[in-house]
Design a protein around this ligand. Sequence first.
Ligand code: PAZ
Ligand code: MN
Length: 890
Amino acid sequence: MDSLKEDQSDTQAIDNINEDAQNISEKEDTEKDMAPPVGNSIHRSGSRPQLDLSGAAIQGNFEERDPTILLPNQSDDISHLALDIGGSLIKLVYFSRHEDRAVNDKRKMSTKERFGVTNGNRRSFPILGGRLHFVKFETTKINECLEFIHSKQLHRGDNDNAVIKATGGGAYKFADLFKEKLGVVIDKEDEMNCLVSGANFLLKAIRHEAFTHKEGHKEFVQIDHNDMYPYLLVNIGSGVSLIKVDGDGKFQRVSGTNVGGGTYWGLGKLLTKCKSFDELLELSQRGDNSSVDMLVGDIYGGLDYSKIGLSASTIASSFGKVISENKEIEDYRPEDISLSLLRMISYNIGQISYLTALQLGIKRIFFGGFFIRGHAYTMDTISFAIKFWSKGGAEAMFLRHEGFLGALGAFMSYEKHGLDDLMVHQLVERFPMGAPYTGGKIHGPPLGDLNEKISWMEKFVRKGIKITAPVPMASPRTTGLGGFEAPSSKGDALRCDESNLNVGVLHLVPSLEVFPLLADPKTYEPNTIDLADPNELEYWFTVLSEHLPDLVDKAVASEGGTDDARRRGDAFARAFSAHLARLMEEPAAYGKLGLANLLELREECLREFNFFDAYSTIKQRENEASLAVLPDLLMELDSMSEETRLLTLIEGVLAANIFDWGSRACVDLYHKGTIIEIYRMSRKKMQRPWRVDDFDAFKERMGFGDKKPSFRHKRALLFVDNSGADVVLGMLPLARELLRRGTEVVLVGNSLPALNDVTAMELPEIVAEAAKHCDILRGAAEAGGLLMDAMSNPQDNPSEKLSSTPLMVVENGCGSPCIDLRQVSSELAAVAKDADLVILEGMGRALHTNYNARFKCDALKLAMVKNQRLAEKLIKGNIYDCVCRYEPAS
Ligand SMILES: CC(C)(COP(=O)(O)O)[C@@H](O)C(=O)NCCC(=O)O
Ligand SMILES: [Mn+2]
């Protein structure tokens, strides 16, 4: 009977009700009258570590004798816009800088100054943080494109530069129009050059860029940056170019074929009377090529020609069946003609590509160009051809930003912006809600400001139009080539869409770094739950959908419950549901999907609709309630022996981790008692052994073993989780114990709010309050520079303060309940260099992510499992079971 759920009578039976605690009892209906949210003066936009970026610039300036980091207003060299003007689409890539948010954070500076926290492998940042946006227009609507550029003043750059880089035929065709309408000169860039530099940039800078496509399934391929070249880039436009790429700016067009996208479209138009390329392609998906193609079976009386390995369904001759039939063009279904044409051309390109790669000894083949344009069926057909001709030895790969290769390449051709230096961990892709999500059509630029976004969502609410992902198409029935029923689709999931033109905004955060204590960053995978498993996916989608109404209520209340907040709340719910629907349709639409990505997407969506901190009131109340009982807890702890205390402290962390507003079960529980009641009950239930229980090993490492000499860690990083009891009654007392033993402690908090997680901005205030009741915390917080504003007395002797072991606070660089340790703030990376103990706390940070992460130093993962399914799956246990996983340095 160690489930809290089974013991609710126990909760109600607690009669020793603390008055204060009862006053601050958490009840839904009291949430309307809320204090203004704490800390929302930071910033309200959606990028994750914007603060970090600013901090990095200031930090560098501050610490270095000869600073190399540029400040925001020093970035005159960045050019903002580049174009690829094709026959049907204009692709536009533009850069917007983060606003200048000079944060005069004396506390951080002081911490670093005193303890020499420097970033060992500091690099100078040739570019500043900002965002790369990808926008498309139909070429026929070039005026809309010009208006867009003008409205955003993208043609002016930073210093009124009047030159815009552009590639594609339209760079020539429309040069005069640009001059006339915008007063700018188009600087024409070679198309092939642009394609190659765009592809090189993407392969190096984006983690989930390249993928294979088989039977309707995307699978992302990890590209090793040190072993990328040579590769073959097959650009299928009207004609086909095969380009061998050997490095940056090093490439050669090695072959080509005149049978390409133009051939398909041209012949298709003649033979089917289709009006558009997309229509033709759509037709093919309902086609049966056996009515026009001569198959091996047609020649061999329905039999395979097994001696040479050809099955009866192999195409012996494209359109060959037509010869022997006395039919007119009208007698053939346009669908069948389109499919036959598509296969003929795709297989031919696949064959030429494979043979070329074979001849040149190239292992990797990437396909791109307008012929592909994200069409699932085309990709499947090409993949099948490559597999067939290589007898399974080679695979076709595609690029998620393929539609923007040329525009990106043109962007890269500006000198001095330094983008090509970017590393994978410095780019974060975000998917704001905007017009492109309406489906397979081009809808112009993404929605810019908040009002536009809300009214766009409202339009769909009012009209009752379901915002859907592009419509699923029926799969073709017959096959073309080879002995397998392939390329086949998974059910009806194959789509004809332009999803690969619906890419996200790339946030450039030069200050992000890989967490230096990861044992093996290359193999590190943050997500524990693999959403590639459809059952998992469905489960978590349901959990998040069901949580949505409650979250909207909290979010709206956090903004005062005004009409405007309600409007934004509705829009947020629509937007997030639309994202979920899109991902349900195509889980890999935004790159590889893990549970952490979903949880982060929810937070990003909230921020997109200006909800900065939905749980601010709850957090504040729980902090106050917990701080009120902290002195008693500390007294109780101090009366124990050191060994008992350590166990009680770990128990305390696990027990207090029950305060999680992201868990349905816990939220239900909160209605059954005050937080102090629940905390007490949770502590009472802490019987060992826990479901995962490495406490004894940890205790031994801490110097309580029989023979071991006493040992203390030099510096511990405590990744804290929730506000209230979790941090105040759980993690702070543990931090205090470490400090008492002489271990420096760094509290690592979120950069931005997520659920009821405590943020780095909020921590100093909490520590200051706690320090009022505790000398150890006070001395440490002073030594760590945390109490500078709150309590320090200028007459105090600074050297006295420094005699204490310091307690510091850093932000982690993210705004999610989970953490991807490949992308942390430079500040955290810097303090990590001297750390020899990492403590990860909470379900998000220690279970959903990082449960399997290995560290170069000792690591302790502490969490209460507040979800039945996760408990069963991960630890073969039950909800409210606990995890205390200790792993010595590896
Ligand atoms: C979002 C969370 C990871 C936060 O947990 P925490 O890190 O605070 O322990 C967790 O609440 C969660 O997985 N919630 C969804 C599952 C559920 O409602 O049961
Ligand atoms: Mn949390």
